[in-house]
Ligand binder design. Structure first.
Ligand code: NAP
Length: 253
């Protein structure tokens, strides 16, 4: 029995990394997936791959900062697949790391809008679409700003910590309607975003060593945690911040 049979899922940040791996996994588990990101060619390849495996997928390119795009993703789920059960709001950016005095307000705003305001506009349209039959909303946060104060990451940390507050309030507001809301906190993951911080042998070794498991995650490993939150395997879990972080939060060596 597949974990997501008869479910419809929106996954953002699906052109790459954790979102791409999650779209493939969710589709293998029986979900019809609506995949989003800005790069249409990457989304086209993903949809082709999922369909080639016998899954159902459709894409819509756009910017998660846009309220119009958030609404269009939900409309697409409803018109193409007849409902919405899961929304994995996963797209994100670190921006360019730097100290707060050096950070331009426009850079701060871009990171906050991409990582946090996107979650608000996503939830604004996803929750009403889920209320009739319940659902699972998932955001992607990080250990940065939750269990570790990483220098140079102020806007990223603040935006991702904001997701945890949003998660708790939404979970309390919509639990009675069967809508669960949770946040996933990956550790260092081998994706284009993760590789930007591990692009020399020294930086890779440093980041690996921060983790108790002494390695980075593969995106498929984080996708399995997203699958847990998306599926009925987590049916009594709501309002949590789930670390899937290889022990980076508890390691001091
Ligand atoms: P990634 O491979 O670089 O993927 C980032 C995704 O976000 C891409 O699909 C990108 O697509 C999309 N995206 C970025 N800005 C967007 C925008 N304005 N509108 C629409 N889509 C946008 O990185 P990843 O590691 O998989 O990141 C996924 C999530 O995990 C992020 O929220 C990140 O903060 C979080 N995370 C990552 C790590 C790590 O070590 N990798 C650790 C903790 C948390 P387009 O460029 O095509 O738009």
């Amino acid at each position: 029995m597949s974990l997501l049979s008869n479910k419809v899922a929106i996954i953002t940040g699906a052109s790459s990394g954790i979102g791409r791996a999650s779209a493939i996994l969710f589709a293998r588990e029986g979900a019809c997936v609506v995949v989003g990101a800005r790069r249409q060619p990457e989304l086209d390849l993903l949809v082709e791959e999922i369909r080639h495996e016998g899954g159902q997928a459709v894409s819509l390119a756009g910017d998660v900062k846009s309220e119009t795009y958030a609404r269009a993703l939900v409309d697409l789920a409803l018109t193409r697949f007849g409902g919405l059960d899961i929304a994995f709001n996963n797209a994100g950016t670190t921006g360019t790391p730097g100290s707060v005095p050096a950070l331009e307000l426009a850079q701060w705003q871009e990171i906050l809008d991409t990582n946090l305001t996107s979650a608000f506009v996503g939830a604004k349209y996803q929750i009403p679409a889920m209320q009739a039959r319940g659902g699972s909303l998932i955001f992607t946060s990080t250990f940065v700003g939750h269990t570790l104060g990483l220098p140079g990451m102020a806007a990223y940390a603040a935006s991702k910590a904001g997701l945890i507050g949003l998660t708790q309030v939404l979970a309390a507001e919509y639990g009675a309607q069967g809508v669960r809301v949770n946040t996933l906190l990956p550790g260092g993951t081998d994706t284009p975003m993760g590789r930007a911080f591990t692009d020399t042998p020294e930086s890779l070794a440093f980041v690996q060593n921060m983790h108790a498991l002494k390695r980075l995650a593969q995106p498929e490993e984080i996708a399995r945690s997203a699958l847990y939150l998306a599926s009925d395997a987590s049916s009594f879990t709501t309002g949590i911040a789930l670390l899937a972080d290889g022990g980076v939060s508890i390691c001091r060596t």
